[in-house]
Write a protein that binds this ligand. Structure first.
Ligand code: HEC
Length: 136
């Protein structure tokens, strides 16, 4: 058994340390929220009252109220929503036309960890009451 367990122990340590560097965090998420223009639609504190809110085809979600989330409320779900953006479908029967329009842009230029950080920040804005009613 001599050296083998030590080698694996060392490799495990390296793996844990490097995973640790890329761990998502609420603080990183708060910065990314500001840097990526989320506030222009969702408002500086995520109340759904950004300066563009009134001119959009859909009302931006108020992050305090999870009942407004249509695509899931977990860290995973929100990170996924950020990667895909949100499309709504427009139908124009007279023209026999259907088209998809992004009401919220995709943030697929960010890393997975960055999207997770933003998700954690969004979750941190939940009010106690709504948090209690939806936690799995
Ligand atoms: C151009 C305006 C706009 C920007 C910029 C924007 N959003 Fe949104 N967002 C929306 C709209 C509109 C909705 C609601 C769509 C709906 O109801 O179908 C929404 C919904 C959401 C939701 C709820 C998703 C759900 O499950 O229904 C989350 C979470 C969210 N946005 C996060 C963000 C974050 C984080 C950013 C920045 C990285 C961001 N948004 C940037 C417009 C925007």
């Amino acid at each position: 058994m001599g050296k083998v367990p030590n080698l694996w122990g060392g490799l495990m340590l390296v793996a844990v340390v490097s995973a640790g560097c890329a761990r998502p965090s609420v603080t990183e998420g708060r910065d990314l929220y500001q840097e990526n223009g989320c506030a222009s639609c969702h408002g500086p504190e995520g109340h759904g009252d950004g300066r563009l809110a009134g001119s959009l085809a859909a009302k931006p979600a108020d992050f305090r109220d999870v009942s407004q989330f249509k695509h899931g409320t977990s860290e995973d779900d929100i990170a996924k929503t950020l990667a895909t953006g949100i499309a709504i479908v427009h139908t124009m029967p007279a023209l026999k036309l259907t088209h998809h329009m992004l009401v919220m842009p995709q943030f697929n230029h960010l890393t997975k960890t960055q999207r997770r950080s933003i998700a954690l920040y969004v979750i941190s804005l939940r009010t106690q009451d709504s948090q209690r009613s939806v936690q799995p």
